[in-house]
Design a protein around this ligand. Sequence first.
Ligand code: ADP
Ligand code: ZN
Length: 756
Amino acid sequence: MTDGAIPVIKDHIMVKEGLNKSSFFVIIILYEGDDGMYVKVLIETRVKSNNMTFTYHVSKDACNNIIGKRVLVPFSNRIVEGFVLDYEEKPDDIDVKGVLKVIDEEPVLNTELINLGKFMSERYLCSLIYTYQAMLPKALKANHKTSAKVKTKTYVKLNENISHDGVKTKAQLEIIKFLTNNKSVLKSEIKSRSSLKKLIEKNIVIEFNKEVYREVSGTVDLKTITLTKKQQEVSNKIKQALNNALVYLLYGVTGSGKTEVYIDVVKEVLKQGKEAIILVPEISLTPQITARFKGIFGNDIAILHSSLSDGERYDEFRRINRGEVKLVIGARSAIFAPLKNIGIIIIDEEHSESYKQENNPRYNTLDIAVKRSLTHKCPVILASATPTIESFARAKKGYYEYLELDKRVNDKPLPKVKIVDMKKEIRKGNKLFSSELIESINDRLNKKEQVMLLLNRRGYANYLTCPSCGYVFKCPNCDITLTYHKTSGMMRCHYCGYAEVKKDVCPSCKEKIREVGSGTQMIEEEVKKMFSSAKVIRMDADTTSKKGSHFKIINDFNDRKYDILVGTQMIAKGLNFPLVTLVGVINADQGLNIPNFRSSERTFSLLDQAIGRSGRADRKGEAIIQTFNPEHYSIVCASNHDYKGFFAKEMFIRKKLNYPPYCFITLIKISSKDFDYGINEAKKVSLYLRKELSDKTRILGPSMASVLRVNKNFNFQVILKYKKDEKLYLTLNNLLKIYEGNSKIKIELDFNPINL
Ligand code: ADP
Ligand code: ZN
C-alpha cells in the first residue's frame, strides 16, 4: 500500500468455515489510490470441470513475483486457497475483492509447470486445479491442512557489539574461542550448557533460529564399475544427441546393467550444467538403487518416495525449487520436479503400471515426460526388460529410437526355467508346492543360498465359503468377496477397505466355513511348516504399510538374516540379491484369469521380471513356474526369455481383436448410487456419443464394469476404440458439461486405461 492511500471498507463477509473453524468476520478493504495490481486466481469450485480463474486485487508490495504463489481469497462466503496464475488487466467491475494473504514466500509453481497443468487439463479433460494439486507435495497443495512447516534449529554466535573481556571462567572462555573460530554453530553442539546460558544472559552470545532441511536417511554404495563395451555403446548413442527431444526405448534384459548406463549418461548431463530426472516404479525405489546413485552423485540428489514424511517431502521439494539439486530420483509424481534446466528424463521399468495415475487427474507419466522434453529440448529414455507392447511397436515403427542390451553383464547366463504342470501335481496330492519346487528349496537351504517365492495375492485365503450351501462372505459395499487375513483375524475388502471379524460358521446353515484359494500369508505359514529350519520373511502391502518397513525387509534379506522371501509382485521388480539362486512362482495363472486385454502381457512381464531376480551374481540361477496352463504362450515365452517371440504373438492377437497399439481406447465410467438411473443414463451417454462421434469410432456398451458395485456405487462403462477422431475432445467435453450439475451421476474419463 502506498503512503497516503485512503482505506475504504467496501464489503464484509461472514466466514463460515474459516481456517480455525470458528466463525469470524472478514472485512474486505480496497485501497483507493493504491496502485497495486490485478491477478487471476485459480480456486477449487463446486463445478469440477470449471477452469475459470477469478480476478482479485493485490497491493503493490505483495504483487512482485506473485505468479505461482498460493493466496487466501474471499470466495462466496468462504475463504479459500488458490493459485495465482497470471496478472490481469484492471477490470471494469470496480467491486473486485482483494487477496487476503499471500501464503508462499517463493512461488510453488513456475511458468513451465503452470503451462504443463493447462496441457494436462486439455489432454485429459480434467479440472485445472487438480493438475496443480497432483504436482505439489501435500504440504503445498491448496486447501489441504498444511501439516509440514519449515523446520528450524537453534544456532548461537558471538555478539560482535559486546566485549567479552570480562569473562574469566575456563568453560566460558572455551565457548568464546570456539565461536570465534566457527562463526555460528548449532546450539546443541555446545556441551557445557550452563556456561552457554550465562553467556547468552550477558548478551555476549546470541541465539537465533535458522531454517534446516530434514535429513533423509539412507546408505551409500561407493563401488566403481567400468562399463562393458555394449553398455558404453548404448550410453554413447544417447550422449551424442543430448540436445534433442527424442524418445529412446532401451530394451535390456534383466541384469544387463541398465542402471550403470543411466549413471554414465547422467554424469555427462550434469557436466553440461543440466539436470536429470530418473523415474522408477514405487516398489523399486529400494535402498539399493538409491544408495548407488548417492555413492556417485552425493548430495546433489533429491529422492522422492512414498515413505517420506510430509515434512521430508516438503523439504525435498524446496531444495529442488531453489536449484540446490541436480538429480531427482522418484516415483511417478517426480516427473513434476520443478527443475529449471532438464537435460534428460529416464523412465526405468517403463512397462510398470504405476506410471499411470489411477485417480483424477488420470495422467500417463510418459505424456508428461514427452511434453517436458519438448520444452527443455532433452531426450526421454524408456527402459525395460519387458517394454509395453505399445512402446516396442512404436520403436519398431521408428517413432522411438531403439537401443538394446540383449545379454546380461559379462555374458552371465539367464536363469534356467522349469515349467511345472500343477494339474499333475494335484493328482499326486501336492496342493501348493510341486515336488520339484520342494526339492529345489531344500537344495538351496543346504547350500546356504537364498530363495524368493512369488504369489501375486496378499492375505491368507482368497475367500471363505460354506462347503454345504455355497455361501460366500462378500463386502456389503462392493460386489467382491472378502479376503481372509489370518494375522489380524479379519476378512477384508481390497476395494473399499471394509473389514469384519472372521466367522467360523456359515450364517445361513451353521456349517463350518472353509478357506478357498491361497494368499501370501498362507504361503508363508506353509513354508515355515515345511522347512522348519529356514528363516522366512514376507513382503506385501500388508507387511510394508509402516514407514520404513519396506526398506527393513529388503536390508534384512540382503544381509542374509532370512533364507526365504515370500511376496507379491512387489518382490519381482528392480531388486538385486546376489545370493538368490532360486525363484519359485507359486501360481503363474493368477493374472491370466482376469478379463483384460493386457492380461497376457502382464503375466509375461511379471514372470520375466521375477525370473530375472535369480542368479544375478556369481552363482547360477534357476526358476520354477507352477501353472495350470503350461502351454500358454505368455508362460512358455517367459520361460525361454523370449520377449520378441512374445511380442510377435501378442501383436497378432491385438490386431485380430483390434486392441492397442492398433487403436486407442478411452473409457467412460458412469456411476450412480441408483442402479436404474445409472443404467438409463449410461444408455443415453452411449447414444449421444454414437450421434456425435465419427462413424469410424467403435462405441462399445454401455456395459457393467468388471466389478459392478464399489463403495455402494453402481459402475457402468462405455468403451471407445478409435485411430483418429477429430470430434473426440469436443464431444467428450460437451458430455462432461451436460452432467456437470447432476449430483446423481458421476462421469469420469480414462484415456488409455490400464484396467478395463
Ligand atoms: P538391470 O537394471 O539391467 O536389470 P542392473 O543395472 O541392476 O541390471 O545390473 C545388474 C548387476 O550387474 C548389478 O549388480 C550391477 O552392479 C552389475 N553391473 C552392471 N554393470 C556392470 C559392469 N560394467 N561391470 C560389472 N558389473 C556390472
Ligand atoms: Zn468393499
